[in-house]
Design a protein around this ligand. Sequence first.
Ligand code: NAD
Ligand code: USQ
Length: 414
Amino acid sequence: MHVLILGGDGFCGWPTALHLSDRGHEVTVVDNLSRRAIDLELEVESLTPIRPIGERLRVWQQVSGREIGFVRLDLAAEPERLTALLPALRPDAIVHFAEQRAAPYSMRSTTSKRYTIDNNVRATHNLLSALVQSGTDAALVHLGTMGVYGYGWSGSAPIPEGYLTVKVPTPDGDVEREILHPASPGSVYHLTKTLDQLMFAFYAANDRVRITDLHQGIVWGTQTPQTARDERLVNRFDYDGDYGTVLNRFLMQAAIGHPLTVHGSGGQTRAFIHVRDMVRCIEIALENPPAAGDRPKVFNQVTESHRVRDLAKLVGSLTGAPVAHLPNPRQEADENELNVRNDQFLALGLEPTTLNEGLLEECREIAGRYRHRVDPTKIIARSVWRAGMETAEDLLTELPERAPSSAGPASERR
Ligand code: NAD
Ligand code: USQ
């Protein structure tokens, strides 16, 4: 199958492109390299030394004998080029990762809120309208997020996979209906994913576009068997206060002896999936597309749920790192339950990597190996959800100094 990987230079897209290429699929990466530009804007780099996209693709060809195509294109800003590209490449399937994905970045400023909405909503709509205009019948797999459901909306009831069965009271008695699960976004980024869902429902119904929306939890880990084949293929590892996600951040913090930065009580429960399971889920979704005319198929792409403070405790017990409870810069519930259905992927053969299996390997192989590249001033999350919120600013000078100086001089971080 010929698969386009939109956003294929990113943390999820790159290992997916290599995994599918390794499985014998023809793969073309489409990316505008905006994530690399945001690194420059934030003056931070991936913990792992990621190589330019051209070098990544050349090395993959050397080690695998397989070629991956690359098109530099902005989905949000270049709809005409995109509409021309689809019939030229004639893909059988498209995986859409190409959005601004950090909740804290989306809440940094009015400019970043506008950028996130403009980029993500236009990218998705340009793609859907280009598929229709060009008459391209490719199955579309999109990366959504668990955050579309919100946290705690339905108490301890399990979150279903996309659709909720409700009873509508009518004069003739209750009528049962299945509706899209109510959206409850917690950031402008999460808001864009809820808007994506409505666009998918419309284009599936109106134009018979075949769409699968994967509501993914927080991806942890770094490497897949393919990205580990040569250091120049290494995957991205974000650790900064905007793009770093909680578990990978804790692993990096433990590796440099920085206190683990728990926001508030740490009672927030979130869903997780290892990067190796993520690429397998994408493959399973590609193998099981909905039929034309079906509503979008929704999978919850998660394997386990944990409270933030329990993760900190676990990482602390493995590494000896102390835990710091910081004022929470986000507007979110201090404590929530999270019970998520993921029956579909399990039924289709997913065998989850658990935290216990992968955590120590990750600590040693990645966080430990590249700890000299950490810039400790980028660790504390500074993006606040609303004006006047309490932040960890008071601790900013204190915390990095408390960490051992294992981060190395700035010259080594290049
Ligand atoms: P990432 O930022 O590492 O990768 C996204 C890629 O898309 C980048 O290479 C970027 O340059 C590209 N891109 C962004 N806007 C584009 C545009 N307009 N045109 C072309 N390319 C564009 O993010 P990621 O962690 O790989 O996430 C990929 C997708 O998975 C996102 O949609 C995200 O919302 C979703 N997701 C990620 C996680 C996670 O934990 N990382 C969890 C759930 C869902
Ligand atoms: N948190 C801490 N300390 C930290 C960092 C985060 O306590 O140092 C807390 C946050 O306050 C939050 C939780 O950990 O309660 C998760 O934060 P996160 O940054 O790991 O994840 P999040 O912002 O939710 O976003 C990430 C990805 C996003 C994806 C989402 C899946 O960046 O692309 O959609 O996970 S989900 O959370 O299931 O919606």
